[in-house]
Design a binder for this molecule. Structure first.
Ligand code: PMP
Length: 400
């Protein structure tokens, strides 16, 4: 059961929340949720999003007609610029086709369906571990899923050698899923030097990189820094795919706003790819929803609102960084056995604590702390008030 649980950890996020809701303790703490929370533990709607929504509501020329199959044109252009960089040569050369999809998940699925139909190699390599939905999305799209080594439990860091060996042994042409930044669930990212080596290997073997960018700006607080990995691959003139989500970085979770960009070798290929993407999308959901994409486009095209967004985004990223620091210091202060530096080294919303399923069960039973049984905690679910309680629980779990 323990092994099954850790494999299905993502599914258990829902189960964790159900158990949390039933718990009547005043000290209960839910660290399973994959969404940002304020210091007060509340969901956050960004001020800039409220502002953009007001503008949209007040604009009586706006109607609710269907969008085209590929979505809002402005949104697509601005999304490509956001991930690839405003001065990206690939955009200038019209080598990029971008379609609006249903958040990150929908973008991954549309990209996968396209590849399963038209790309010559049907195997995709995904990191081990990865976001629980990845294998299902790719399997159901008709790709065959294999894993490459990624996380080393001994160092709680990247198994870089294993990664290079596994991708080096992949058949030429295979697709490789890469988390653009803030790897979920481990919080472990390659350094820029490691990314460069990965790029060289991928290009030399003619593997096809498929980036999942669910946390741009949310990891470091800088939209450019968090897109660096993708931009390195685009700068070399080669092909790649990128699935973008605005769930985390604009807090638009339920609006389901995302984009799939396919960077091709030439402009004529990009336009043929776009025709094929339309054939994928049309029978799937006809066309995407209008509201969320209009919010994003309004923010991205107005320099003042864009600026406001970057400030709010950085505040979310900084709060998470501060939670990492506070938890690390609280464990150091308690003299908790073990090296906990991974808490401040890991990146993004999650920390892969290294706690095992028994320790997690103990913390839930004795301290009313809820998290997935693989030991992943959402840093966004913590606050200065709750850090000491979590540190007490971790200390007790590892010294028991
Ligand atoms: N990829 C990763 C790695 C994620 O963590 C998530 C969200 N948990 C997604 C994609 C997709 O999220 P959404 O469909 O809500 O944009």
């Amino acid at each position: 059961l323990a092994r099954w649980r850790s494999r299905q950890a993502e599914e258990l996020v829902g189960e964790v929340t159900v158990a949390y809701n039933k718990d009547t303790s005043p000290n209960k703490l839910n660290l399973g949720v994959g969404a940002y929370r304020t210091e007060e533990g509340k969901p956050l709607v960004l001020n800039v999003v409220r502002r953009a929504e007001q503008i949209l509501v007040n604009d009586e020329s706006r109607v609710k007609e269907y969008l085209g199959i590929t979505g809002l044109a402005d949104f697509n252009k601005l999304s490509a610029k956001l991930i690839l960089g405003a001065d990206s040569p690939a955009i200038q050369d019209n080598r990029v086709t971008t379609v609006q999809c249903l958040s990150g998940t929908g973008s991954l699925r549309v990209g996968a369906e396209f590849l399963a139909r038209h790309y010559h190699e049907k195997t995709i390599y995904i990191p081990n571990p990865t976001w629980g939905n990845h294998p299902k999305i790719f399997n159901l799209a008709g790709l065959s899923v294999k894993t490459y080594r990624y996380y080393d439990p001994a160092t709680k860091g990247l198994d870089f050698q294993g990664l290079l060996e596994d991708l080096g042994a992949a058949p030429s042409g295979a697709i490789v899923l890469l988390h653009a930044c803030a790897h979920n669930p481990t919080g472990v990212d390659p350094t820029l030097e490691q990314w460069e080596q990965i790029r060289q290997l991928i290009r030399s073997k003619q593997l096809l990189p498929f980036f999942d960018s669910a946390y741009q700006g949310f990891a470091s607080g800088s939209l450019d820094a968090d897109a660096e990995s993708v931009r390195m691959f685009v700068a070399d003139g080669g092909e790649c795919l990128a699935a973008q989500s605005y769930a985390k970085n604009m807090g638009l979770y339920g609006e389901r706003v995302g984009a799939l960009s396919i960077v091709c070798k030439a402009a004529d290929v990009a336009s043929r790819v776009e025709s094929q993407l339309k054939l994928v999308i049309r029978p799937m959901y006809s066309n995407p929803p209008i509201h969320g994409a209009s919010i994003v486009a309004a923010i991205l095209k107005d320099s003042e609102m864009y600026q406001e967004w970057t400030v709010e985004l950085k505040a979310m990223a900084d709060r998470i960084l501060s939670m990492r620091q506070q938890l690390f210091e609280a464990l150091s202060a308690r003299g908790t056995p073990g090296d906990w530096s991974h808490i401040i080294k890991q990146i993004g919303m999650f920390t892969f604590t290294g706690l095992n399923s028994e320790q997690v069960a103990f913390m839930t039973k004795e301290y009313h702390i809820y998290m997935t049984s693989d030991g992943r905690i959402s840093m966004a679910g913590l606050s200065s008030r709750t850090v000491p309680h979590l540190a007490d629980a971790i200390h007790a779990a590892v010294t028991r």
